[in-house]
Design a binder for this molecule. Structure first.
Ligand SMILES: *Cc1c(COP(=O)(O)O)cnc(C)c1O
Length: 410
């Protein structure tokens, strides 16, 4: 049995039984995203700190808060429980009291998306599916391809033309069937939806499949558990479609409601300045999807966020804030994070660090603020993007004097 108690539509509040619908039939696919609810009093009896202490170091340790029962065998096993890294030099550079990095760049396929994909593949395998599909700007795809290959099912991936080479190579290496769609991400997304219906593939698109955000929730559950004795005030995370920040917040909220941890941090969301419909709506404007600019941070280049309601709820419910950062600020955060912590973040991940600088400047964070930044993807995913941020090597002839001249310059 599972601890799920039902599904609720985020637009109209209608309720459904688990498994009854993928989205709200009244509100339709674009608006009627569902949220999974759990029997928290029952979770509370089973998910205790003492019980957690005996469980394996992966994200399946939170099985009471995951959308399947104890009879289901999760695959692949080795997802989650990524390190929480103390970052005192970066905290000082940003002008805050304490910074920890939740380093999902070390996840199996090198991004936070493994949390959702592994839940998707687990559910697909449990349902007897042979195929699973998603549309993605990159990481959801490479992550799904990894999890599907590990579990022995086929991944069908719809990517937009702008996918960075590193992510594309990763997909092909995991043996996925890759459709490179000559069109926008939104067009790739719609095509994937139709293909899932037509061919009966299991649908891993996060904003549509309500169970996948439950996988992203483990990012928040782990942050709460890893900081249980020393809670953080803020959690910074970047926003594309909005599923990640919504998932992290839900995890932080539920583990608190389950009585495992005290207090709940506030969410600091961030979008790229050129593609910021959620940040703008939270600043008092109307929600108007579409971009008036662009960003090189491909993983958050989502002009039509699928899960904007859940993302906005996460910021509002947590008494949080949402800022925007420029591409130059992101590039700077890539360099500073690498140099001052040894963590190589992809642009969308470094945006969470850039957000701290902005929030500090705007007075949202004080000089003593304590923040966890979610490092959602690895810098090796997009070499061209990284190269545009990090400068050039010293090009020299093979002689020691050439080295000396550079060393003496400091
Ligand atoms: C997907 C992704 C995000 C944003 O997550 P959403 O669910 O789209 O909001 C941030 N960073 C990285 C590295 C990602 O892959």
């Amino acid at each position: 049995m599972s601890y799920m108690s039902g599904l609720v539509c985020v637009a109209c509040g209608a309720r459904y039984a688990p498994g009854q619908a993928m989205w709200c039939p009244t509100c339709g696919l674009d608006e009627g995203i569902l949220d999974v609810e759990f029997d928290l009093p029952a979770v509370r009896r089973s998910l205790t700190r003492a019980a957690l202490a005996t469980r394996p170091a992966n994200h399946w340790r939170y099985r009471e808060l995951l959308p399947f029962g104890a009879d289901v065998e999760p695959v692949p096993r080795e997802i989650g429980w990524t390190p929480m890294i103390e970052a005192p030099r970066l905290a000082a550079a940003l002008g805050i009291g304490r910074l920890r990095l939740k380093d999902d760049s070390r996840s199996a396929s090198a991004s936070f998306k493994d949390r959702a994909s592994s839940v998707g593949v687990t559910l697909a395998v449990a349902a007897g599916a042979s195929d699973i599909a998603c549309a993605s700007t990159g990481n959801a795809a490479s992550s799904l391809a990894h999890c599907a290959a590990a579990a022995g099912i086929r991944a069908n991936i719809f990517v937009s033309e702008r996918i960075p080479d590193g992510k594309l190579a990763q997909l092909l290496a995991y043996g996925a069937r890759v459709f490179r769609v000559r069109g926008t991400y939104d067009e790739a997304w719609r095509l994937c939806m139709r293909a899932c219906e037509t061919f009966g593939w299991y649908n891993r698109n996060c904003a549509v499949n309500p169970y996948l955000v439950e996988g992203k929730k483990t990012g928040g559950l782990e942050i709460a558990e890893q900081c249980a004795d020393d809670p953080t005030e803020w959690v910074a995370a970047s926003i594309g479609d909005g599923c990640s920040i919504a998932g992290v917040w839900k995890g932080l909220r539920q583990i608190h409601e389950a009585g495992v941890t005290d207090g709940r941090p506030r969410m600091l969301g961030v979008q790229a300045e050129g593609v910021a419909p959620i940040a703008k709506a939270l600043r008092g404007g109307n929600y108007a999807p579409g971009a008036d600019g662009a960003t090189y941070a491909d993983s958050i280049d989502c002009p039509v966020p699928r899960n904007w309601r859940k993302a906005m709820n996460a910021i509002r419910e947590s008494d949080g804030a949402c800022v925007t950062v420029t591409d130059d600020e992101i590039r700077r955060a890539v360099r500073e994070t690498g140099r001052l912590t040894g963590v190589f973040a992809e642009p969308a991940a470094a945006a969470a660090v850039a957000a701290i600088a902005t929030a500090r400047r705007d007075g949202i964070l004080g000089a003593n603020a304590s923040v966890v930044a979610v490092i959602s993807g690895n810098g090796l995913k997009d070499i061209a993007g990284a190269r545009s941020a990090v400068g050039e090597p010293h090009s020299i002839t093979p002689d020691l004097d050439a080295v000396r001249r550079i060393v003496e310059k400091g």
